[in-house]
Write a protein that binds this ligand. Structure first.
Ligand code: ZN
Length: 455
């Protein structure tokens, strides 16, 4: 990939001669006219595909993104070795019930980290519950030998769909652990999806420290499948559900975070990180989650290079490995950063999809929060208005520098869970301009942080 340094876009290249309004205009224009993030995503999604930790796709993505960063002419590009879990889905899962008239199949997928069913599958009666509390009230006697069906839908009343996800996802992350302790033989979880369709959505399930004998297979069922199963159970509470999956857990394997940076000209010891996670689930190609965040983060550095902007602080892009089923990349990054005595002043993560940016979720003290909010007017021309306190990102979560400010890009979330962790998280679901606007928004905030610092 070649790029030209566009002096024309920034008429006054020396910082100080350019107003913040002009600089943001240049950043957005540059990104929309000659951004590379969409092409990078096209390659990641369509030529490489899914990138589950430990898979061939993940390793290809490491090589590809490192090469692309090397072509940009950054100060330094390097890899950070990290051991990651390797879980493999195996053959396509099967699920059905047989009623008096026919065999009814259901779209399911194994949850990430789940154990397999016995070779011939599991056949058992089903108990539908809507929460872990409801499961626990049933107790061992009722649960033993049964398949537990968690069917609490995401609450549609939340405008921010991540809140609906957050208040529902315990069924997926802990349902198998809790049901296993009570002697269930399997768990089926309604997909974390606000719409009704036929796609099962995977995601991690954690067994915690339960006994190996208590680990039971867990699968997600599509939302339509969940509705159907629930209605069948209303007619026949004794019906038996069958499912089969053959996933496997292997030894940890070696993988990498991919890192590139532009060294700061005034305070190179101060580091500003921008990143996303390079791994994805295996059903789609992880275009929104989180190919988008990776290529947007790479684009941030490319914008600065193309605009000939020399940052005061070191600006570093990190493509973290293994966010989905371990956060090993984020933990390794923090471990090495502490060991090397690095001083991070700011971290920005994009891991909420490649949709139209709306603003930022800011994890900072009052002083720094207010400082960022004071720049809100600069973003208004770009329809960025949401400056709220909240979570930043899973990969930057472990970062512990003393005065660090952490921020998550907040795109429009209405369609995110239509695709999240499902086979339709694919390149065609990402809009070029929306992706680019997100990258420009990230670049703009980093520019302001670089220029004015944090308190
Ligand atoms: Zn993600």
């Amino acid at each position: 990939m070649k790029f030209k340094i566009l002096l024309l876009l920034v008429p006054f290249c020396t910082v100080g001669q350019v107003t913040d309004e002009q600089m943001l205009k240049s950043i957005y224009s540059n990104n929309l006219k000659q951004g590379s993030c969409y092409q990078w995503l096209e390659y990641l999604s369509n030529s490489i595909g899914s990138r589950l930790s430990g898979s061939e796709g993940a390793e290809k993505a490491v090589v590809y993104t490192k090469n692309e960063l090397e072509k940009l002419g950054l100060t330094r590009v390097y890899l950070q070795e990290v051991m990651v879990p390797k879980w493999v889905r195996g053959a396509k899962e099967e699920a059905y019930v047989i009623d008096t008239k026919s065999k009814i199949s259901f779209p399911i997928c194994a949850l990430g980290g789940s154990v397999a069913t016995p070779k011939n599958g599991v056949l058992a009666s089903v108990i539908e519950v809507h929460s872990i509390e409801e499961l626990n009230l049933l107790g061992k006697d009722k649960v033993k030998g049964k398949i537990i069906f968690f069917n609490r839908p995401m609450n549609p009343e939340f405008i921010e769909t991540f809140k609906a996800y957050g208040s529902c996802v315990d069924q997926r992350s802990s349902g198998a652990k809790e049901a296993g302790k009570l002697g269930a033989v399997g768990v089926i979880v309604r997909s974390m999806n606000l719409r009704l369709d036929d796609l099962p959505h995977t995601g991690v399930t954690n067994y915690g420290d339960i006994l190996p004998s208590e680990k039971i297979p867990a699968a997600a069922i599509s939302t339509n499948g969940a509705e159907l199963l629930s209605s069948l159970l209303k007619n026949d509470s004794n019906l038996k559900f069958y499912f089969k999956q053959s996933c496997q857990i292997f030894e940890d394997v070696k993988s990498y975070n991919v890192v590139g940076e532009i060294k700061g000209i005034e305070n190179p010891q101060n580091i500003i990180v921008v990143g996303g996670h390079l791994d994805s689930w295996d059903l789609g190609d992880g275009s929104h989650d989180d190919g988008a965040g990776c290529v947007q983060s790479m684009q941030v550095l490319l914008n600065f290079l193309q605009l000939n902007y020399r940052p005061k602080n070191t600006i570093r892009v990190v493509l973290f490995m293994n966010e989905e089923n371990g956060t090993r990349g984020g933990l390794k990054y923090e471990e090495l950063s502490s060991k090397n005595g690095e001083n991070h002043i700011f971290a920005l993560e994009s891991d909420s999809g490649g949709f139209s940016p709306r603003g930022f979720s800011i994890d900072a003290d009052e002083l720094n929060f207010n400082k960022i909010v004071s720049w809100k007017y600069l973003f208004e021309p770009y329809l960025i208005h949401q400056f709220v306190k909240g979570r930043s990102g899973v990969d930057i979560g472990p970062l512990q520098s003393k005065h660090i400010v952490k921020v998550g890009l907040q795109p429009d979330s209405q369609r995110y869970f239509d695709h999240h962790h499902a086979s339709n998280d694919t390149f065609d679901a990402v809009n070029k301009r929306e992706l680019e606007l997100g990258a420009a928004t990230m670049t703009s905030l980093i520019y302001l942080i670089d220029k004015y610092g944090i308190e």
